[in-house]
Design a protein around this ligand. Structure first.
Ligand SMILES: Cc1ncc(COP(=O)(O)O)c(C=O)c1O
Length: 398
């Protein structure tokens, strides 16, 4: 990332501001696409990292087969920019989500969700396909590999038919909790092994498995031929987690938050105007020190954050910072940092422009809140529409 260029481009913008070095982002998009192509795997990037219509379009233009989304709002925004093949990697539960899903299924050529329950699958609209989630060690959604998954998928196929069962999916999120690269390699190896073994068991039971969907940015380096598609997300921007895990270099990181020094209360401490409302506070790594890396100031640790304040502490005697200095902070976690900002400043040589983080939030357009894709603060906030609450009576009145 060209820190000088990004800080210069943000000169006329108030801080804190999230900014992307577009050239670095393009390099990341091309590199992951090449890696997938080399392995003959389809790339279905997880677009929740950026939640941006522009970046989604670039991923498709680079050759992504389609996109992964986590929410209906994301899927709707990506469908609107022409993504015709979407996977929502989250179980859609409840009448309202199912109605939105049915409407979405009419607008895209291929739509699938991932889940681990026949009950959830049975309620899906007809046109929606299913990927059954396998727990390869993250212990989030998913049945255990082997027998438990074979039993689940057998019941699934009986309930919705074999044509709508597309295959298996796993997410190795425990890759973020490893102690070193050797453990990371073991996570990636297990991710592939359990998927291939479980698929073989299903096939032996006479069930066709057309898709084996794997992936995360940290395990992408070990991804091998065998699965059919990979779903890295963070690779588009990178962050300190990826740097610490050895998955990306600091130079490859494309997103930073430009912040201003607002106080220097002690020689070894300075305060910036980026706290937990501008930089992610959910960093998942035990290996991580602080909430970000200040580019060009490796002697500073972003040790604490309150909502608007970020406390930088020098590992030496002095920060050498002055009030008014502007710094570029690479966040610990890019996905949750982006989600804090209504727009991201896209910086290219010679120009910068605002890219809305269009797919933030959960509500459907017209649900009485600003729809996904619209900046907040507009008319709909000034005059919120009433939401009728059925049979809701004050409690405790006897
Ligand atoms: C289901 C699923 N697939 C893929 C990803 C992408 O992972 P990463 O951001 O580590 O590349 C995520 C991220 O949380 C995920 O939840």
């Amino acid at each position: 990332m060209d820190a000088e260029l990004v800080i210069a481009a943000a000169e006329s913008v108030e801080t804190p501001v999230a900014a992307v070095d577009v050239a670095a982002m393009e390099t990341n998009l091309a590199a992951m696409q090449a890696r997938a192509a080399g392995l003959r795997l389809r790339l279905r990037p997880h677009a929740k990292t950026h939640k941006s219509a522009f970046v989604a379009r670039r991923q498709l233009e680079h050759g992504a087969i389609g996109l992964t989304a986590a929410t209906l709002s994301e899927a709707e925004v990506f469908a609107a920019v022409g993504a015709g093949d979407l996977l929502i990697a989250f179980p859609p539960v409840g009448e309202m989500k199912l109605r939105r899903l049915a409407a979405l299924a009419e607008r895209v050529g291929r739509l699938a969700v991932s889940l681990d329950s026949v009950e959830v699958a049975a309620a899906l609209p007809e046109r929606v396909e299913v990927l059954w989630e396998v727990d390869s060690g993250h212990h989030r959604v998913g049945t255990a590999p082997g027998e438990a998954t074979v039993a689940g998928v057998t019941a699934l196929v009986a309930a919705i038919g074999e044509e709508r069962f597309r295959g298996l999916l796993t997410f190795p999120g425990h890759a973020y909790a490893v102690a070193d690269r050797a453990e990371l390699a073991r996570v990636a190896e297990a991710e592939h092994r359990v998927m291939l073994e479980t698929a073989a068991q299903l096939r032996a039971a006479g069930i066709a498995v057309r898709e084996l969907s794997v992936g995360s940015t940290p395990t992408a380096a070990w991804t091998e031929a065998g699965p059919t598609e990979m779903r890295p997300g963070s690779y588009v921007y990178g962050d300190v987690q990826q740097v610490v895990l050895g998955a990306m270099s600091l130079e490859e990181c494309a997103l930073g938050v430009v912040a201003t020094v607002v106080s220097t209360p002690a020689p070894d401490r300075a305060v910036i105007d980026a706290g937990s409302k501008a930089l992610a506070a959910d960093a998942r790594l035990s290996l991580l020190r602080g909430y970000g890396i200040v580019v060009g100031h490796q002697d500073l640790v972003l040790e604490r954050m309150s909502e608007e304040h970020g406390m930088l502490v020098a590992t030496g005697a002095q920060t050498r910072l002055r009030i008014g200095d502007r710094l570029l902070v690479i966040p610990a976690h890019c996905c949750t940092t982006v989600n804090l900002h209504p727009g991201v400043l896209m910086v290219e040589a010679g120009r910068a422009w605002w890219d809305p983080v269009a797919a933030r939030g959960w509500q459907a357009a017209g649900a009485g809140t600003p729809p996904a894709g619209q900046a907040s603060g507009g008319e709909s906030l000034g005059r919120p529409s009433a939401i009728h609450l059925r049979d809701l009576r004050p409690s405790g009145g006897g």
